[in-house]
Design a protein around this ligand. Structure first.
Ligand SMILES: Cc1cc2nc3c(=O)[nH]c(=O)nc-3n(C[C@H](O)[C@H](O)[C@H](O)COP(=O)(O)O)c2cc1C
Length: 247
Protein backbone atom coordinates (compact mmCIF):
# COMPACT_ATOMS: atom_id res chain seq x y z
CA UNK A 1 0.00 0.00 0.00
CA UNK A 2 1.21 3.56 -0.73
CA UNK A 3 -0.05 6.38 1.49
CA UNK A 4 -0.22 9.94 0.19
CA UNK A 5 0.00 11.96 3.41
CA UNK A 6 -0.31 15.71 3.09
CA UNK A 7 -0.95 18.96 4.92
CA UNK A 8 -1.84 21.33 2.13
CA UNK A 9 -3.93 24.39 2.97
CA UNK A 10 -3.97 25.79 -0.57
CA UNK A 11 -3.53 22.57 -2.52
CA UNK A 12 -0.03 22.76 -4.04
CA UNK A 13 1.60 20.23 -1.73
CA UNK A 14 -1.36 17.87 -2.17
CA UNK A 15 -1.01 18.10 -5.95
CA UNK A 16 2.70 17.27 -5.84
CA UNK A 17 2.24 14.42 -3.33
CA UNK A 18 -0.45 12.93 -5.57
CA UNK A 19 1.80 13.32 -8.62
CA UNK A 20 4.51 11.35 -6.78
CA UNK A 21 1.94 8.77 -5.70
CA UNK A 22 1.03 8.07 -9.33
CA UNK A 23 4.39 6.35 -9.67
CA UNK A 24 3.27 3.71 -7.17
CA UNK A 25 0.29 1.38 -6.76
CA UNK A 26 -2.55 0.87 -4.22
CA UNK A 27 -2.89 4.47 -3.11
CA UNK A 28 -4.69 5.73 -0.01
CA UNK A 29 -4.85 9.44 0.79
CA UNK A 30 -4.44 10.73 4.36
CA UNK A 31 -5.22 14.43 4.56
CA UNK A 32 -3.64 15.69 7.75
CA UNK A 33 -5.16 19.13 7.19
CA UNK A 34 -8.31 17.61 8.68
CA UNK A 35 -8.42 18.31 12.40
CA UNK A 36 -10.23 15.06 13.29
CA UNK A 37 -7.64 12.62 12.01
CA UNK A 38 -7.87 8.89 12.86
CA UNK A 39 -4.93 6.88 14.17
CA UNK A 40 -2.93 4.86 11.66
CA UNK A 41 -0.30 2.16 11.95
CA UNK A 42 1.51 1.71 8.67
CA UNK A 43 3.22 -1.58 7.93
CA UNK A 44 6.85 -2.27 7.09
CA UNK A 45 6.11 -3.26 3.51
CA UNK A 46 4.01 -0.14 2.83
CA UNK A 47 5.37 3.19 1.60
CA UNK A 48 4.48 6.75 2.61
CA UNK A 49 4.82 9.99 0.70
CA UNK A 50 4.61 12.81 3.23
CA UNK A 51 4.27 16.43 2.08
CA UNK A 52 4.04 19.74 3.92
CA UNK A 53 4.57 23.38 2.92
CA UNK A 54 7.29 25.43 4.58
CA UNK A 55 5.88 28.08 6.94
CA UNK A 56 8.56 30.49 8.12
CA UNK A 57 11.19 27.88 7.27
CA UNK A 58 9.53 25.32 9.56
CA UNK A 59 6.91 22.60 9.48
CA UNK A 60 3.53 24.37 9.94
CA UNK A 61 2.14 24.46 13.45
CA UNK A 62 -0.41 21.66 13.96
CA UNK A 63 1.43 19.19 11.73
CA UNK A 64 3.66 17.83 14.51
CA UNK A 65 0.65 16.85 16.63
CA UNK A 66 -1.20 15.35 13.65
CA UNK A 67 1.79 13.22 12.69
CA UNK A 68 1.77 11.68 16.15
CA UNK A 69 -1.37 9.84 15.04
CA UNK A 70 0.49 8.07 12.25
CA UNK A 71 3.01 5.41 13.26
CA UNK A 72 5.25 3.38 11.04
CA UNK A 73 6.86 0.03 11.62
CA UNK A 74 10.25 0.84 10.19
CA UNK A 75 8.26 1.94 7.13
CA UNK A 76 9.99 3.72 4.22
CA UNK A 77 8.90 7.32 3.63
CA UNK A 78 9.55 9.92 0.97
CA UNK A 79 9.46 13.53 2.18
CA UNK A 80 8.26 16.54 0.24
CA UNK A 81 8.46 20.18 1.21
CA UNK A 82 6.99 22.83 -1.06
CA UNK A 83 8.08 26.41 -0.49
CA UNK A 84 7.20 29.73 -2.02
CA UNK A 85 10.55 30.63 -3.51
CA UNK A 86 12.05 32.28 -0.42
CA UNK A 87 13.69 29.43 1.55
CA UNK A 88 12.68 26.22 3.31
CA UNK A 89 15.43 26.41 5.95
CA UNK A 90 14.74 23.77 8.66
CA UNK A 91 11.47 22.38 7.26
CA UNK A 92 12.85 19.21 5.69
CA UNK A 93 15.05 18.45 8.71
CA UNK A 94 12.13 18.95 11.10
CA UNK A 95 9.84 16.78 8.99
CA UNK A 96 12.46 14.03 8.87
CA UNK A 97 12.92 14.18 12.66
CA UNK A 98 9.15 14.03 13.24
CA UNK A 99 8.80 11.00 10.99
CA UNK A 100 11.75 9.18 12.51
CA UNK A 101 10.12 9.64 15.92
CA UNK A 102 7.11 7.84 14.45
CA UNK A 103 9.30 4.93 13.29
CA UNK A 104 9.64 5.77 9.59
CA UNK A 105 12.85 5.55 7.55
CA UNK A 106 13.28 8.55 5.26
CA UNK A 107 14.69 7.13 2.05
CA UNK A 108 14.35 10.18 -0.19
CA UNK A 109 13.25 13.81 -0.14
CA UNK A 110 12.46 16.75 -2.36
CA UNK A 111 12.21 20.48 -1.73
CA UNK A 112 10.12 21.90 -4.56
CA UNK A 113 9.77 25.58 -5.38
CA UNK A 114 6.10 26.53 -5.62
CA UNK A 115 3.73 29.43 -6.04
CA UNK A 116 3.71 31.47 -2.84
CA UNK A 117 0.35 30.99 -1.13
CA UNK A 118 0.33 34.53 0.30
CA UNK A 119 1.64 36.38 -2.77
CA UNK A 120 0.67 34.30 -5.79
CA UNK A 121 2.76 36.35 -8.26
CA UNK A 122 5.85 34.92 -6.57
CA UNK A 123 6.65 31.60 -8.22
CA UNK A 124 3.39 31.76 -10.22
CA UNK A 125 2.62 28.47 -11.93
CA UNK A 126 5.28 26.48 -10.09
CA UNK A 127 5.84 23.62 -9.92
CA UNK A 128 5.73 23.76 -13.73
CA UNK A 129 6.32 21.15 -16.41
CA UNK A 130 10.11 21.42 -16.04
CA UNK A 131 9.86 20.99 -12.26
CA UNK A 132 7.75 17.86 -12.66
CA UNK A 133 10.22 16.45 -15.19
CA UNK A 134 13.07 16.89 -12.69
CA UNK A 135 10.97 15.25 -9.99
CA UNK A 136 10.05 12.30 -12.22
CA UNK A 137 13.70 11.67 -13.07
CA UNK A 138 14.56 11.62 -9.39
CA UNK A 139 11.68 9.26 -8.61
CA UNK A 140 13.30 6.58 -10.79
CA UNK A 141 16.16 6.63 -8.30
CA UNK A 142 13.73 6.48 -5.36
CA UNK A 143 12.06 3.39 -6.83
CA UNK A 144 15.48 1.72 -6.99
CA UNK A 145 16.17 2.66 -3.36
CA UNK A 146 12.93 0.95 -2.33
CA UNK A 147 14.14 -2.30 -3.84
CA UNK A 148 17.45 -2.37 -1.96
CA UNK A 149 18.26 -2.19 1.75
CA UNK A 150 16.54 0.88 3.20
CA UNK A 151 18.93 3.70 4.14
CA UNK A 152 18.12 6.94 5.86
CA UNK A 153 19.12 10.04 3.87
CA UNK A 154 20.67 13.30 5.09
CA UNK A 155 18.73 16.53 4.53
CA UNK A 156 19.75 20.16 5.12
CA UNK A 157 18.58 22.08 8.19
CA UNK A 158 19.71 22.95 11.68
CA UNK A 159 18.89 21.89 15.21
CA UNK A 160 17.70 23.63 17.23
CA UNK A 161 15.33 24.68 14.47
CA UNK A 162 14.86 28.36 13.79
CA UNK A 163 12.18 30.01 15.91
CA UNK A 164 8.66 29.46 14.52
CA UNK A 165 7.70 32.98 13.47
CA UNK A 166 4.83 33.47 11.05
CA UNK A 167 3.35 36.92 10.64
CA UNK A 168 -0.38 36.73 11.55
CA UNK A 169 -2.30 37.65 8.38
CA UNK A 170 -5.41 38.86 10.25
CA UNK A 171 -7.79 37.31 7.76
CA UNK A 172 -11.27 38.83 7.83
CA UNK A 173 -14.59 38.30 6.07
CA UNK A 174 -15.99 41.15 3.99
CA UNK A 175 -19.61 42.12 3.25
CA UNK A 176 -19.48 39.61 0.35
CA UNK A 177 -19.66 36.77 2.92
CA UNK A 178 -22.97 34.84 2.70
CA UNK A 179 -22.14 32.68 5.74
CA UNK A 180 -22.14 29.47 3.68
CA UNK A 181 -19.71 28.01 6.22
CA UNK A 182 -17.36 26.35 3.71
CA UNK A 183 -14.38 28.13 5.28
CA UNK A 184 -15.32 27.02 8.80
CA UNK A 185 -15.71 23.40 7.64
CA UNK A 186 -12.36 23.46 5.82
CA UNK A 187 -10.21 25.34 8.31
CA UNK A 188 -7.37 22.99 9.37
CA UNK A 189 -7.34 24.39 12.91
CA UNK A 190 -11.05 25.19 13.44
CA UNK A 191 -10.30 28.89 13.78
CA UNK A 192 -13.53 30.02 12.07
CA UNK A 193 -16.69 30.00 14.14
CA UNK A 194 -19.19 27.65 12.35
CA UNK A 195 -22.25 29.46 13.72
CA UNK A 196 -20.91 32.76 12.35
CA UNK A 197 -18.12 32.28 9.79
CA UNK A 198 -17.55 36.03 9.73
CA UNK A 199 -15.81 35.58 13.08
CA UNK A 200 -12.26 34.21 13.22
CA UNK A 201 -10.45 33.14 16.36
CA UNK A 202 -7.16 34.90 15.58
CA UNK A 203 -5.38 33.05 18.40
CA UNK A 204 -6.04 29.73 16.65
CA UNK A 205 -5.52 30.93 13.07
CA UNK A 206 -2.19 29.79 11.55
CA UNK A 207 -2.53 32.13 8.52
CA UNK A 208 -2.44 29.14 6.17
CA UNK A 209 -4.60 30.98 3.57
CA UNK A 210 -7.00 28.10 2.97
CA UNK A 211 -10.13 30.11 3.74
CA UNK A 212 -9.00 32.94 1.44
CA UNK A 213 -8.21 30.42 -1.28
CA UNK A 214 -11.42 28.39 -1.18
CA UNK A 215 -14.08 31.06 -0.56
CA UNK A 216 -16.39 30.93 -3.62
CA UNK A 217 -17.38 34.57 -3.07
CA UNK A 218 -13.85 35.98 -2.59
CA UNK A 219 -15.16 37.23 0.70
CA UNK A 220 -12.12 36.47 2.85
CA UNK A 221 -8.96 38.52 2.69
CA UNK A 222 -5.72 38.89 4.56
CA UNK A 223 -4.83 42.34 5.85
CA UNK A 224 -3.85 44.16 2.63
CA UNK A 225 -1.10 46.28 4.25
CA UNK A 226 0.57 43.07 5.45
CA UNK A 227 0.24 41.38 2.07
CA UNK A 228 1.81 44.45 0.40
CA UNK A 229 4.66 44.46 2.90
CA UNK A 230 5.34 40.72 2.44
CA UNK A 231 5.09 41.12 -1.31
CA UNK A 232 7.77 43.85 -1.33
CA UNK A 233 10.09 41.77 0.85
CA UNK A 234 9.57 38.61 -1.17
CA UNK A 235 10.21 40.32 -4.51
CA UNK A 236 13.75 40.98 -3.29
CA UNK A 237 14.56 37.64 -1.63
CA UNK A 238 12.89 35.32 -4.14
CA UNK A 239 15.24 36.32 -6.96
CA UNK A 240 16.67 34.45 -8.78
CA UNK A 241 14.02 31.74 -9.13
CA UNK A 242 14.79 28.93 -6.74
CA UNK A 243 15.89 25.47 -7.86
CA UNK A 244 14.33 22.23 -6.69
CA UNK A 245 16.53 20.07 -4.51
CA UNK A 246 16.54 16.29 -4.23
CA UNK A 247 18.11 14.08 -1.58
C1 LIG B 1 1.99 31.36 6.75
C2 LIG B 1 2.88 31.04 5.57
C3 LIG B 1 4.26 31.04 5.74
C4 LIG B 1 5.08 30.75 4.63
N1 LIG B 1 6.44 30.74 4.82
C5 LIG B 1 7.26 30.49 3.77
C6 LIG B 1 8.67 30.48 3.93
O1 LIG B 1 9.20 30.64 5.03
N2 LIG B 1 9.44 30.29 2.82
C7 LIG B 1 8.90 30.12 1.57
O2 LIG B 1 9.66 30.02 0.61
N3 LIG B 1 7.54 30.05 1.41
C8 LIG B 1 6.73 30.23 2.47
N4 LIG B 1 5.35 30.16 2.31
C9 LIG B 1 4.79 29.73 1.01
C10 LIG B 1 4.36 28.27 1.03
O3 LIG B 1 5.37 27.45 1.62
C11 LIG B 1 4.09 27.73 -0.39
O4 LIG B 1 3.28 28.61 -1.08
C12 LIG B 1 3.50 26.34 -0.34
O5 LIG B 1 3.67 25.72 -1.60
C13 LIG B 1 2.02 26.31 0.02
O6 LIG B 1 1.58 24.98 0.03
P1 LIG B 1 0.04 24.56 -0.04
O7 LIG B 1 -0.50 25.08 -1.37
O8 LIG B 1 0.07 23.06 -0.03
O9 LIG B 1 -0.64 25.19 1.12
C14 LIG B 1 4.52 30.45 3.37
C15 LIG B 1 3.12 30.46 3.23
C16 LIG B 1 2.31 30.76 4.32
C17 LIG B 1 0.81 30.75 4.16
Amino acid sequence: MTYNIFFSPTGTTEKVVKHIGKNFTNIEDIDISKPDLSNYIINTDDFCIVGVPSFGGRVPEAVALRLQKIRGRHTPAFLLVTYGGRAYEDTLKELKDLLEEQNFICIGAAAMAAEHSIVSQIGAGRPNEEDYKELDTFLLEVKKRLQTELCSIEVPGNTPYKEYKVLPMEIKASEKCVKCGLCARSCPVKAIIPENPQLTDHKRCISCMRCVNICPFNARNADSAKVDMISEKLKKVCQPNKQNEFF
